[in-house]
Write a protein that binds this ligand. Structure first.
Ligand SMILES: [Fe+2]
Ligand SMILES: [Fe+2]
Length: 168
């Protein structure tokens, strides 16, 4: 019984942890309203994918989310890269390489999701939990990229504005 309770406790904790990781909040602000809004839209999509995933949503439910992500992400990356170019961000090349890696990964995932028919999720291969690769990808974006790499340009961005004001 205690094992059971411990497991339940762990699952609850994991649920809360994942929920927190895909929850956008002011602590994730990069001090740019447009970029914050774009990040929030992607985090919100993550939260809805998480709900679908927990509810056992199949490919037909999750595929539109992957497609939406495939619209939001390239647009966001292009916008961010333009801004980072404008402020002369010193780690731009590395940052763009991270973006590129994520787009490649997303492209493969989208292709995979379109190769599965609704309700037939394992033609030749198995996609036991179709939501899992999207969750992994989204966590890679939220925790792996926004919380670390994007937060890293925040200081340069703020400094560039001070510089602009100072020169004005
Ligand atoms: Fe980025
Ligand atoms: Fe970003």
């Amino acid at each position: 019984m205690s094992n059971c309770n411990a497991l339940f406790g762990r699952l609850q904790t994991q649920h809360l942890a994942v929920n927190n990781l895909i929850q956008w909040g002011d602590h994730l602000s990069v001090e740019d309203a447009a970029i914050d809004a774009q990040h929030k839209a992607i985090f919100d999509l993550g939260a809805s994918v998480y709900e679908s995933w927990r509810g056992g949503g199949g490919v037909e439910v999750l595929r539109p989310a992957v497609d939406k992500l495939a619209n939001l992400l390239p647009a966001h990356f292009a916008f961010e890269e333009r801004m980072l170019t404008d402020i002369g961000y010193e780690d731009l090349a590395q940052h763009m390489a991270e973006h590129r890696g994520m787009l490649d990964e997303l492209g493969s995932m989208q292709e995979r999701f379109h190769s599965f028919e609704d309700g037939h999720e394992s033609p030749g291969g198995s996609l036991l939990a179709p939501g899992w690769p999207i969750m992994q990808f989204l966590l890679g974006f939220t925790v792996g990229h926004v919380m670390s790499s994007d937060m890293s340009y925040c200081q340069t961005l703020i400094a560039s504005r001070v510089g602009v004001r100072g020169n004005a």
